[in-house]
Ligand binder design. Sequence first.
Ligand SMILES: Cc1cc2nc3c(=O)[nH]c(=O)nc-3n(C[C@H](O)[C@H](O)[C@H](O)COP(=O)(O)OP(=O)(O)OC[C@H]3O[C@@H](n4cnc5c(N)ncnc54)[C@H](O)[C@@H]3O)c2cc1C
Ligand code: SF4
Length: 468
Amino acid sequence: MGSTTGFLDVIRIENPFRAEEARLGDFEDLHMPNPPKVRHEQASRCMNCGVPFCQSDFGCPLHNLIPEWNDLLYRGQEQEALRRLLRTAPFPEFTGHVCPALCEKACNLENDATTNKDNELYLIETGFAKGWIQPRIPAVRTGKRVAVVGSGPSGLAAADLLNQLGHEVTVIEKADRPGGLLMYGIPNMKLPKSIVERRIRLMEAEGIRFELNTEAKAENLQDYDAVLLCGGARKPRSLNVEHMDARGVMFAVDYLTAATKAVLKGTASEAGAEGKHVIVVGGGDTGNDCVGTALRQGCVSVTQLEMMPAPPEDRTVNNPWPEWPRILRTDYGQMEAIYRQGSDPRIYETTVKQILTDEQGRISGLETVKLQRTPEGRFEQIAGSEQTLPCELLLIAAGFVGCEEKTLASFDLKADGRGRLLPEDGSHHLGGKFYSAGDMRNGQSLVVRALADGRAAAKEIDQKINFK
Ligand SMILES: Cc1cc2nc3c(=O)[nH]c(=O)nc-3n(C[C@H](O)[C@H](O)[C@H](O)COP(=O)(O)OP(=O)(O)OC[C@H]3O[C@@H](n4cnc5c(N)ncnc54)[C@H](O)[C@@H]3O)c2cc1C
Ligand code: SF4
């Protein structure tokens, strides 16, 4: 155990955000790391509880050995701490940036939890800086070949483990760069793309092949012993209104992809928000990323519409610890909008009634309407509550409804009622040599869940092909 009184002696200190004024001027990392001394002290706050909920099913889906590496970090044994972390965590540099830290919400210290996320980021970055992270080339090869379709976190985690188990792995990706939503989706300020590329280079050095700009099709994959489908759940939920095809109306991931491509090229985005009134439909995390991106691109204003009422500020009685707290959060983009515009950009219990267009077929405004719940739990529009807002860029971040039909058709597969390739027996095996993992299997979720599921699928494939 770390210090016996650590959590009493030391207060929780997270990696600070850069000041709004500075970070709104670029797409660089939002956070600044704390020095090693702070990290050692923060690790001392972990109490090595009798029942460490942080690594239970309520906490980290990877079941990271959190109390063990916190203890080693507190004692200054950083290399050993990193080794313990890497026992279960394939890419701590990704989760250290973007994980919502389920472990911290399940920590016995509750709101005052140990800073596991920042600690793991510190450990892996120290490992890279000190040269402890080197390519691990498997000593023995099995001669079995596995194709992984999709290079998001689930595909990368599966490829990593299958390669370490000695199989020959090819990752097939239709985009021009690997990483899935880690590359094109999550903005650069939340996860710098150099960090994704550093990991890909390491994986290549370890023997994994990446075939980019390639749409996978079943008939081209006959020679593989197993094919793992990790194509994500990228079909966006649309709005049931006219003029969705108007110029200036975009789905969030298309907008965020164009923004990241522009950042990587060092140019302005073709679909940028500069000089525009922007409205984002959807009050969730994807919507927040759109808010932060639009502000950096120089929008005139940004507003976020959310159908649901604002969540409570504190846990309700039917949402106790150690469950994930369903409470109001103000994320970085919303904080930046408050800084720039003076008020929270979110408008609750409101939806789009009409997209207004000009003669050239461009969006020129938006008619919104307030919603209320009926006693049966349905939403209904409140007559007379219509409002017209200026809008030259409308971003739809209303969630995802499952995997893309094109990929399903290429493999002659049918998704379930929720758009997932989830085998009925709860395994990853779809039949024959086909398997599924990540969002494609489970629906749109989190990076850490995709990593855990990719590893689980890899273990299942390894069992199967080793005994073939
Ligand atoms: C904007 C946004 C922000 C997010 N932010 C966070 C966050 O901060 N923290 C967090 O934990 N989670 C976040 N998420 C969720 C998280 O990114 C996903 O849950 C995760 O990326 C899913 O991983 P995956 O590997 O299953 O699929 P994806 O990351 O979607 O990757 C699927 C890949 O498969 C490829 N593909 C699909 N079909 C084919 C084909 N036929 N041939 C070849 N390639 C194909 C796609 O091009 C893509 O690269 C965010 C999601 C979005 C949309
Ligand atoms: S991956 Fe996420 S849940 Fe797991 S230890 Fe890291 S921050 Fe916590």
